[in-house]
Design a protein around this ligand. Sequence first.
Ligand SMILES: *[C@@H]1O[C@H](CO)[C@@H](O)[C@H](O)[C@H]1NC(C)=O
Ligand SMILES: *[C@@H]1O[C@H](CO)[C@@H](O)[C@H](O)[C@H]1NC(C)=O
Ligand SMILES: *[C@@H]1O[C@H](CO)[C@@H](O)[C@H](O)[C@H]1NC(C)=O
Ligand SMILES: *[C@@H]1O[C@H](CO)[C@@H](O)[C@H](O)[C@H]1NC(C)=O
Ligand SMILES: *[C@@H]1O[C@H](CO)[C@@H](O)[C@H](O)[C@H]1NC(C)=O
Length: 854
Amino acid sequence: MGNRTAGLSWAVLMQILLVVDNLQQTICGSVRFSIQEEQGPGVLVGSLSEHFPPPYQLLTEKYLWMDKKNGNLYTTEEKIDREALFPEDTKTEECIILHNSVVGPSGDLIQFSVIIEDINDNAPHFENSEIHLKISEDVSVGTSFLLDDQALDRDAGYNSEVYYQLEDSDGFFSLTVEDGSVIVLVVLTALDRETRDMYQMALVATDRGSGPLSATATLIVTVTDVNDNCPSFSPDSPRSVTIPGDSQMNMLVAQVRATDPDSGLNAAIVYSLSPKVSKRAKKLLSLDSLTGSIRLTQDLQSDSSEELLLKVLASGHHCPPADTQVTVSVLPKANQELAIKIGFIVEHRNETMVLPENQPPTVLAVLELEGDSSFKGSSVAIENKVHFTLNPQNGKYLLSTSEALDYEMKREHHIIVVVHGKSDKGSVITHSRRAIRVLVADVNDNAPIFLQSHYHVEVEENNQPGMSLLKILANDADSGYNGRVTYRMDKHTSSIFNTDPNTGQLSVSAILDREQQDAHKFTVFAQDSGSPPLESAATVSIQVLDRNDNAPIFLIPHYIFFIPENVPPFTLVGRVRVRDPDEGSNGNTEFHVVNSSGPFVVDNTLGTLRTTTKLDHETHNRYELYLLASDHGHPVALTSTARVTIFVEDINDNQPEVILPSSNSSCQTVSLATVTGTIVTKIFAIDADSGLNSEITYTVVDPDPVQNTSPFRVDSRSGNITVVQQLLQKDLGMHYLFILVSDGGKPASLYTTVWVNLLVNESVGPCHLDRKPTWSGTADLVQTPRKAPICEAVDTRSAKLTLLVGLGMMLVSTCCFLATAVLYLKQRRLSFHHKNGGHIEEKVISLSLKDKYY
Ligand SMILES: *[C@@H]1O[C@H](CO)[C@@H](O)[C@H](O)[C@H]1NC(C)=O
Ligand SMILES: *[C@@H]1O[C@H](CO)[C@@H](O)[C@H](O)[C@H]1NC(C)=O
Ligand SMILES: *[C@@H]1O[C@H](CO)[C@@H](O)[C@H](O)[C@H]1NC(C)=O
Ligand SMILES: *[C@@H]1O[C@H](CO)[C@@H](O)[C@H](O)[C@H]1NC(C)=O
Ligand SMILES: *[C@@H]1O[C@H](CO)[C@@H](O)[C@H](O)[C@H]1NC(C)=O
């Protein structure tokens, strides 16, 4: 038994070792198949038969089954979803399922891997279908907002790469994607909550897979209000109130009122008492922070008059508080034993006197004690002696002002008149007390005062007509009509600027052009409506800021320059100029050569055009190029182009080249019988230059000019060589004509020399030269030929021709002079604004024309 179990466990151990060995092999051998995810059933994945002998047995038939005979591997009904199989790791390129199989007659266990390839089966997905964004109406154009909501795509590779588009943005917003995945919303146009407070757009995320899939989220931008107003107290908010001395607790004393034109939270106002309010006032009065109502905190039992000053603050959101002062006058409790008779002198209504402000001391009333005997020995006095006096006069009392009253300081006075009597014991007792009310009437004694004596505003040109600039404000301490301020401005500025007479809102009614006028200055007036009205003035200066609204303009649309050939590189060809009336970098111009075929550069800032290489008239006598001038304006630079034509003028840089005779040793036989005047041969040379520089003159140079006996003559123009005298016996033999071939270049002509060899013989046969002739005359060839006698022998016919040619040339040069003059004048007019630029051109043209028809 023990033996058997030992043998069994030995076999098991061997098998395990084999399996482990096999496993090792398969993993190292790595049999791999690959299949796209989401395939239907029965799709062939691969076959094990290429790797292992039959039979085949798949251990776990999940997703795949295997044909036992041939080892083919097929998909099953169960679909393979890559993203479901590997939820954690969908982005990795290779998702692999490992399968085990037993193969071969000996039943080896092998492992193979199946790579699941990604297909674009997942659309991008937004976490939230609605994205809400709040943007304040005062954001500047170009501000960008980060959108946190990215779309996720569970596929891998291109199938998961997402790009974004914004739809229905109406040009107000655009989308940029930074660093591949950060979505940023950019404001393209200025927002105004009052015209549109909501934008609903579609944010579309699309993947880059084949058969791209997309998802859409709604992007809702809410434009939020900006708190651009602060609270201020209404003119009708009470400033002074009077309450009786026996008022009850909770009585409404007054209600202050401040307003803020903003809406919602921005318009919320909180009222509070200033810390400067006296303890007594705080004890008697309470202020409701929301409604602004001021109430009594207790029942009053006041025997004397009293004034409580309440400074009330109104605070708004992010605003400095506005303040007002309420004066609460407490009258003494009414006394029944009213015993004073009042005879009013000044205007009075219902027991209340009305006195205009600024009056010198005036008698107001006559007071008299009612004639009861019990009041004998009593006296009358007033309590508040600040502005008023009471003078006894024959048992009566004259109540008068002691100084001028100021409506702006205090509008209402209460004179407390007290009747003192003597008690039986002789002590003074107060019998009765009475308040006399004096109202001060306003007089127009205050002119409106501007908050600033000088206003300065900067405004960009090309503004919207009607644009608001600023609010000028003048305060008038008077009240009613006397304090009602209207605004106006200088008559002559009123066509450009406009002031609202009532609000003082200054606006610009025209479109400003900085290039026409960059600063405006005028005076504004504030006038009250009193009679006579009072007025004050302030100055307003307006600075117009530049915008890049002018493109640079070339002074001449087509420049023509002339430059001689062969000048060294970087020679100045000419200078172009532009005009850009804008300011700063908006008017700062830069030049570039565009699509030029020629070797020219332009200095970026100066506009000077220079050559880059030597120019050759003979290969290229004319260049065309375009110059681009662009300013440095923002946001767009403006440009213009000008055409430039450059003529390369000829310089005598090519010497004549002799074509005929072909060499110095060529030879021609001339018969002795040749008649006079016969053309025996011809010399011919060409010159690559043009004009005079290529006009060739042929001259025979005689080493010994005194003995000129040659029977041949060379025509200096045509090069024809003719027999000029009858050939005689003495002429037999070789004639060597040394011919100077020179061009007409100025100042120095170029030349070459050639030998023409003529053999005079009785019969004409082929000529042969034994030796090359050599020159024995002077080396200075150019001067001598001028004096050669041949040149002086001019016949009358050629003299006539010369005269005609001369006359023709004169005529041409006259025409040419006229043309130059016309061109010059035209050019001057063109370049009127820019003296220097024009000057160069006119010089270039006139000089070159002179040259051409020289
Ligand atoms: C006059 O004063 C009395 C008491 O103060 C008041 O009741 C009355 O309405 C006033 N009359 C006028 C016209 O103001
Ligand atoms: C050169 O540029 C000018 C201005 O941009 C253009 O009008 C012209 O057609 C161009 N010529 C060539 C040959 O490209
Ligand atoms: C030069 O000779 C040619 C013929 O060879 C003739 O046609 C021409 O008129 C001659 N020129 C002059 C100026 O004699
Ligand atoms: C002919 O000879 C002259 C003078 O010796 C020389 O300057 C010239 O170059 C020669 N011309 C040719 C074509 O050989
Ligand atoms: C020159 O003439 C003589 C006599 O007629 C003749 O013999 C000789 O060949 C001629 N020479 C040439 C070069 O024609």
